[in-house]
Design a protein around this ligand. Structure first.
Ligand code: URE
Length: 676
C-alpha cells in the first residue's frame, strides 16, 4: 500500500471541513449584508452582478482569486521543473497580459453594453440566435475546461498527499463550493475570495522565505544557484543553453510560452467569470481594477514556481524528495513534492490548504459564471423571457448546483481516460482559441462582420483540431494517443492554427464586408426604464410617508456601503467621454505592458543565451519577492483601505445592535452625496 505524508482524514477534513467553514462564513457575510447594507442578497441583480457597485481593490482581488487556478501553482512549478527559470516567467507573463488586455474589453463593455449580465447577451443582441448559440458553445466549453483543470489539479494533489480517493475529491470539492456560492451570490463570493487571496499570499510568503532564507537544504539564492548548476550537469535540460536550469535560453520554455499565451487568451476573453467581474465593477474604476489585478497576479505563478518548482529540481536526490515520474510532472506534483521535502508534514499540509484555497475560489467564480449563462442565456433567452425576479434567482441557484455536479462528472471522466491537468492546460487553446478574436471584435469594433466572426470561430476550431492531430501523427509515426498528442510541438501547432485562423478569417472578412453596427442596440440591453412621472409622484408620496414612519427609528444617517453607489452615480460614471478616455488609457497601458513582459524582457535574454550568475539569479529572485509584496499591497491592503468607511459603518451598526437592542439595521435615505 502506498505511503502518504498526511492521513486520509486530513484530505477529507480540508475538503469537507473547510467547505463547511466557508459556507458558515458566507452565511455570516450574507446576514451582515442584509442587515447593515442596502444591498439585498435576495435580489437577482445582486446575486449575479453585486449591483455593479464593487470598488477596484476588491475587484482586483476577485480577479486574482478567479485567475489563480490549481495550474497557476502546479503547472507553473511543473514547467520550472522541466525547463528551469524560463518556465515561471513564461507562465506568469504569458497569462498576465490577457488580464491586462481585458481592461480594454472591460472599458468597451461599460461603454457599449453597460447593463448586460453576460457577454453572450451582447453577442445575441448584436448578431442574433445563430451567433448566440455558436459562441455559447465556446463560452460553456471554456468554463468546463477551466473547471475540469481545477478539479483535476486539486484532486491529484489531495490524493497524492493524503490518499483520499480521487473521485471523492472530484465531487466533494465543487459541491462544498456550490453550497457557499448559493448562500452568498456575487458580493459575498468576492469577499470570500478576498480572504482566500490574503491567506494564499501568507502561505506563498512562507514558502519563499523557507526556500530562500531559512531552509537548511537550500536557504539562499546562492545555494539554489549552486544546486541548480549541479542538477544541470547531472540532468541537462534538452533545448536549454548548456542544459542549464538558470537561463532564459530554453527552446521548450519558449514553445510553452507561446502555447500559454494562446490558451490563456481563450480562457480570459470567453470566460464569463472575467466579464462578470467587469460587470460587477463600478464603471469609473473597471480599467484600474483589471490593470491592478493583472499586475498583482503575475507574482503568484512567477515567484511561487521560481521558489518551489526550482526547489524540486535542486532537491533531487534528497532522501525526503519524492522521485517524480513524467506522469507526476504532468499532474503538477513537483511543487507538493518540494514542499514536503522542505517542511515535511507541515509543508504538505500548507500546500494542501494553498491548493484548496486556489481551487475553491476559482471554482466559485466558474460556478457563478456558468449559473449566469444558464440563467440569462438559456432560461431567460429561450425558455421564459418574462421570468420574474424570483424565478431568475431560483434558476441561478439551481444552475450553481447543477454545474457543481457536472464539474465532478467531468473531472471523473478526464481522470479515467488519463487526461491530466497539464495536458488540458496546453490543449485549451486548441479547443477554444479560434473564438478569441471574434469575441473581442464583437464588443469593440462596429465593422465586425457577423458571418466572418462566426466562420472564424468555427473554421479556426476545425483548423486547430486538424493541425493538432496531423502534427501528432507526423511526429509520432501515426500513433495518436493522449500521451503522443500532448507533446510541445503537437500542441503548439493546434494552438497557433486555432487562434490564427479564427483571427484572420474574422478580421479579413470584416475589412472586405464591413458592418456598420449601431451600439445603441447593445446599450439598451436590460437598460432600466426611466420612472414615469406618475410613478415618480407615487414614489415621492410613499417615501414621504415612510420617512415620517421611520423618523422615530432613524438615529443618524448611516452612510453605509449601500448609499455609496446608486443609480444616479452609476449613470454619471457611464459618461461616454470618460469611458472613451478610460478605454484609451487601458489600450495604452495594456499594450505597453504586453510589449515589456512578452518581448522586451524575455526575448533579449533568450537570444543572448545568457546563463545567470549568482548575482543575476539573486536579482531575479529579488524581483519576484518585491513583486509579491506589491501584489499584497494591491489586493490585500488596498481593498481594506478603500472600504474603510463601509467597514466603519457596519461596525457601528453591529455595536448599536449589541448595545441598543436592534438599532443598527440599515435605513435607506433618499439624498445621496457621499462615496465610501
Ligand atoms: N490562470 C492561469 N492561467 O493560471
Amino acid at each position: 500500500m502506498a505511503e502518504y505524508l498526511l492521513p486520509q482524514g486530513a484530505g477529507y477534513g480540508v475538503v469537507i471541513g473547510m467547505g463547511l467553514f466557508f459556507s458558515a462564513f458566507m452565511i455570516l457575510l450574507t446576514a451582515i449584508q442584509a442587515r447593515y447594507t442596502g444591498f439585498s442578497p435576495k435580489d437577482s441583480e445582486e446575486f449575479t452582478s453585486a449591483s455593479r457597485s464593487i470598488k477596484p481593490g476588491l475587484i482586483a482581488s476577485g480577479i486574482v482569486s478567479a485567475w489563480t487556478w490549481a495550474a497557476t501553482l502546479l503547472q507553473s512549478s511543473a514547467v520550472a521543473y522541466k525547463y528551469g527559470l524560463s518556465g515561471p516567467w513564461w507562465y506568469g507573463a504569458g497569462a498576465t497580459v490577457q488580464i491586462l488586455l481585458f481592461a480594454m474589453l472591460a472599458a468597451k463593455l461599460k461603454l457599449n453594453a453597460p447593463y448586460a449580465h453576460t457577454w453572450l447577451e451582447i453577442v445575441g443582441a448584436r448578431w442574433g440566435r445563430t451567433a448566440h448559440l455558436v459562441f455559447m458553445f465556446f463560452g460553456l466549453a471554456t468554463c468546463l475546461i477551466v473547471s475540469s483543470m481545477l478539479i483535476l489539479g486539486g484532486s491529484a494533489t489531495v490524493t497524492d498527499l493524503t490518499g483520499m480517493h480521487t473521485i471523492a475529491a472530484c465531487f466533494l470539492i465543487p459541491l462544498g463550493v456550490a453550497i457557499y456560492v448559493v448562500v452568498g451570490g456575487m458580493r459575498s463570493t468576492l469577499l470570500c475570495d478576498y480572504t482566500h487571496t490574503a491567506v494564499l499570499f501568507a502561505i506563498i510568503l512562507t514558502f519563499i522565505f523557507t526556500v530562500y532564507a531559512t531552509s537548511e537544504k537550500i536557504g539562499s539564492p546562492a545555494k539554489m544557484h549552486e544546486l541548480l548548476t549541479l542538477s544541470s550537469l547531472i540532468n541537462p535540460v534538452e533545448g536549454n543553453k548548456e542544459g542549464s536550469y538558470i537561463t532564459m535560453r530554453s527552446e521548450n520554455g519558449l514553445v510553452f510560452g507561446i502555447i500559454n499565451i494562446v490558451g490563456n487568451f481563450a480562457t480570459v476573453f470567453q470566460d464569463q467569470a472575467y466579464w462578470q467581474r467587469a460587470i460587477a465593477s463600478r464603471p469609473a474604476t473597471t480599467v484600474k481594477a483589471y490593470l491592478l489585478g493583472g499586475l498583482a497576479w503575475f507574482s503568484i505563478p512567477f515567484t511561487f514556481a521560481t521558489t518551489l518548482g526550482l526547489a524540486a529540481v535542486a532537491l533531487r536526490g534528497d532522501p525526503q524528495m519524492k522521485v517524480l515520474t513524467p506522469a507526476d510532472v504532468s499532474a503538477g506534483l513537483p511543487a507538493s513534492a518540494a514542499a514536503a521535502a522542505l517542511l515535511g508534514k507541515a509543508g504538505a499540509a500548507a500546500i494542501l490548504i494553498l491548493l484548496f484555497l486556489a481551487v475553491t475560489s476559482a471554482c466559485s467564480a466558474e460556478l457563478i459564471a456558468v449559473s449566469s449563462l444558464l440563467t440569462y442565456d438559456v432560461y431567460k433567452a429561450y425558455i421564459n423571457p418574462n421570468a420574474s425576479e424570483e424565478q431568475i434567482l431560483r434558476v441561478g441557484h439551481a444552475g450553481v448546483a447543477l454545474y457543481a455536479i457536472v464539474c465532478g462528472i467531468a473531472g471523473t471522466i478526464f481522470y479515467y481516460i488519463g487526461v491530466s491537468m497539464g495536458w488540458l492546460y496546453t490543449f485549451m487553446g486548441v479547443l477554444l482559441g479560434s473564438a478569441v478574436v471574434p469575441i473581442a471584435l464583437a464588443i469593440t469594433w462596429h465593422k465586425a462582420n457577423k458571418w466572418g466572426c462566426i466562420g472564424g470561430a468555427v473554421l479556426g476550431f476545425i483548423g486547430g483540431m486538424v493541425a493538432w492531430l496531423v502534427t501528432t501523427a507526423k511526429l509520432n509515426h501515426g500513433v495518436i494517443t493522449v500521451v503522443t498528442s500532448g507533446g510541445d510541438y503537437e500542441m503548439l501547432a493546434g494552438n497557433v492554427t486555432s487562434i490564427g485562423f479564427g483571427g484572420i478569417i474574422a478580421v479579413v472578412s470584416s475589412l472586405i464586408w464591413p458592418d456598420n453596427f449601431d451600439w445603441e442596440t447593445t446599450r439598451s440591453i436590460n437598460r432600466p426604464a426611466p420612472p414615469s412621472p406618475d410613478a415618480a409622484e407615487q414614489d415621492s408620496k410613499s417615501d414621504l410617508e415612510n420617512e415620517k414612519k421611520n423618523a422615530s427609528e432613524v438615529v443618524t444617517k448611516p452612510a453605509s456601503i449601500a448609499d455609496s453607489f446608486d443609480a444616479n452615480e452609476e449613470a454619471n460614471e457611464l459618461d461616454p467621454v470618460a469611458l472613451r478616455k478610460a478605454f484609451r488609457f487601458a489600450s495604452w497601458a495594456s499594450i505597453s505592458l504586453f510589449v515589456v513582459l512578452i518581448l522586451l524582457i524575455p526575448l533579449p535574454l533568450f537570444f543572448s543565451q545568457h546563463i545567470y550568475t549568482v548575482a543575476g539569479f539573486t536579482g531575479w529572485v529579488a524581483v519576484g519577492i518585491s513583486w509579491t509584496f506589491f501584489s499584497i499591497f494591491a489586493v490585500v491592503i488596498y481593498p481594506l483601505w478603500e472600504s474603510r468607511v463601509a467597514m466603519y459603518q457596519i461596525s457601528k451598526g453591529v455595536i448599536k445592535d449589541i448595545f441598543m437592542k436592534g438599532g443598527g439595521r440599515y435605513q435607506a435615505e433618499p439624498p445621496k452625496t457621499s462615496a465610501a
